[in-house]
Design a protein around this ligand. Structure first.
Ligand SMILES: Nc1nc2c(ncn2[C@@H]2O[C@H](COP(=O)(O)OP(=O)(O)OP(=O)(O)O)[C@@H](O)[C@H]2O)c(=O)[nH]1
Ligand SMILES: [Mg+2]
Ligand SMILES: [Zn+2]
Length: 292
């Protein structure tokens, strides 16, 4: 029998079969010796023991694997971003888009809380920036169901991770999509960063013919090791213009004759995006300096 690992807790893997049954499984003893580490998202073969339990006998090849959060075969991420409460940070948004680009994951942006005061104004300002860059942009009020159809279309048939900062509405979204997920949603106070209701492990929930997972957020670990000169390739428009840049290894910050700077000056590159880029270059330079 073949199934998908939807959850992993203290040595047990929960494998969902095609008929919807979920079996609690152990991995074959030999996996450890061979350094095979089954992940949530893996397609696996199992031997069933009775109707509730089984043993994983084979892990199918993965097309992708994230380390933190540990999930295999993710097709795409929905970057959940709240327009207000917590307020939108373009810097955080651009940084997360760059991090997802580094992980090679397709990404859509889901702006939440469109129902709250001033959210529409913020949305009108930022939405064109990202649609222009060919990101799929969804507008959502998960509480009242606004935008749910486009969300369903986005999720259909894919394995999707919901990611984004604390308090933006990921768990609320999951609970709306999959009521039985029992996702914990927190009320955001100003400093509820490490609140007990924050999601801590990854679980895939079947939705339409795909899966959705709420994630505790992406690790910055690999990103911090990125060479500052590579950052431009993770910003779609900067990557495009840097092809015309005269300088190899140009950081696109000071040199005259830099095609990216010229595009910023003529407003072909949006200033807020460029600001995020510059700030990130500085962060990466500082991270690099700390390593030596
Ligand atoms: N007005 C409004 N409130 C929302 C919406 N979506 C979520 N909320 C509220 O925002 C708060 C935080 O939502 P959560 O779903 O817990 O946020 P989260 O992204 O899961 O946060 P973490 O688990 O900490 O990462 C809750 O009080 C939700 O009720 C929305 O579309 N509109
Ligand atoms: Mg949550
Ligand atoms: Zn340049």
């Amino acid at each position: 029998m073949t199934g998908r690992i939807v959850k992993a807790i203290s040595g047990f893997y929960y494998v969902r079969l095609e008929d919807g049954r979920v079996l609690q499984c152990k991995a074959r003893g030999v996996f450890k010796k061979r350094d095979i580490n089954p992940l949530v998202g893996d397609l696996v073969d199992i031997d069933a023991q009775g109707t509730q339990e089984g043993t994983i006998t084979e892990v199918h090849p993965r097309h992708s694997a994230l380390v933190r959060p540990p999930v295999a075969n993710v097709d795409q991420a929905l970057l959940v971003v709240s327009l207000v409460q917590p307020p939108l940070s373009l810097y955080q948004l651009d940084k997360m888009l760059a991090m997802l680009a580094l992980s090679n994951i397709e990404v859509g942006i889901g702006f939440t809380k469109v129902d709250l005061p001033f959210a529409q104004q913020v949305l009108d300002e930022v939405k064109p920036v990202y649609t222009q860059l060919n990101y799929e942009v969804l507008e959502l009020n998960v509480r009242s169901g606004v935008g749910l159809q486009s969300l369903e279309r986005f999720l259909k048939g894919k394995i999707t991770v919901l990611t984004g900062q604390s308090g933006v509405g990921k768990s609320t979204m999951l609970k709306t999509l999959v009521p039985e997920s029992g996702a914990l949603t927190g009320h955001v106070g100003h400093r509820s960063k490490r609140g007990r209701q924050t999601t801590t492990h990854v679980e895939l929930y079947p939705y339409t013919d795909g899966y959705v997972a709420d994630t505790p957020g992406f690790s910055q670990y690999d990103f911090d090791k990125l060479e500052p000169t590579h950052l431009g390739s993770l910003f779609r428009e900067i990557a495009q213009y840097s092809a015309d840049c005269e300088y190899r290894g140009c950081l696109h910050i000071t040199d005259s004759g830099c095609a990216v700077l010229a595009a910023v000056e003529s407003n072909q590159i949006v200033k807020s995006r460029y600001h995020s880029y510059v700030q990130l270059v500085k962060e990466l330079q500082e991270a690099k300096a700390r390593r030596y």
